[in-house]
Design a protein around this ligand. Sequence first.
Ligand code: SF4
Ligand code: MG
Length: 322
Amino acid sequence: VAPLLAVDKLSVRFRLNTGQVLQALSEVSFELQAGETLGIVGESGCGKSTLARAILQLVTPAQGEIRWQGKRLNPHDKVGMKAFRRAVQCIFQDPLDALNPRMTVSDILQEPLLALRPELGKAAIRQRAAEGLQAVGLESAMGNRYPHEFSGGQCQRIGIARALSVEPQLILCDEPVSALDVSIQGQIVKLLADLQRDHHLTLLFISHDLSVVRELSDRVLVLYLGRIMEIADAASLYQNPLHPYTRMLLEAIPLPDPQQERARLAKITVGAGELPSPLNPPSGCVFHTRCPQAQAVCREQVPIWQRLGGRWVACHFPLGSQ
Ligand code: SF4
Ligand code: MG
């Protein structure tokens, strides 16, 4: 069977007003199987949101293609694109921002169904909106209220209910918990995990924080300056990262124990450095300016994408393999 989604050597460039060209993504390839959760992790500015926008056909790639159920997406195919828009829904970082402040929550939940499933009829659509609120842990009576009457976590639940309303196959979650209090983040991640299981959803979960995607992801893809550094099943990636950048991200996760946390902070101040400008990425391995393992060859040669024991990594000197 063809994967649900295939991203094949996707490159995206933006020409800025200054005339400079920003290479937002370089030859990004991965596949997503139905029912799988793929975490996509990297610092801000590494191309995560551009990737989500390219999948949604909101930016035109310079090269490469995106296939849905084995077929190349074609923006001129109106019928195919309508089916795709229904099958792929999004959840965004700022939940309140994503909800129309002048509409009641019930109307917000009915809107996508009225546009994409008008044949259901108004009464059934109103009923579905009420059920949708219950499915995300809210009360159906809350449908009469407006978005500003809800907390950030509740707004994100409403955003999730709206995404679910049209029975999508894939949900793109772009930093869905980053704007929420840490105490709320876990609840939303758990809700997504429960819904994923109950509705056999496929999730693409974007985050700058490896600890957030850990609970949820079957596999994790690590992006740096628009390039994939590593793809691995979640357990291997967390236990035994192959790429020095993945290790750096893991070391950036705060530890609950204060003593361990002090030791962690003391360690990471060494050599981490700043993220280079994506307008002027380093030569060779783009991570070499921050990599504690970098050698001369890293400045000159782009590491090839290699398979190591069922995992993929782009590094001349993968960790734990010397
Ligand atoms: Fe570090 Fe070199 Fe590997 Fe890049 S290729 S991550 S600089 S060791
Ligand atoms: Mg982003």
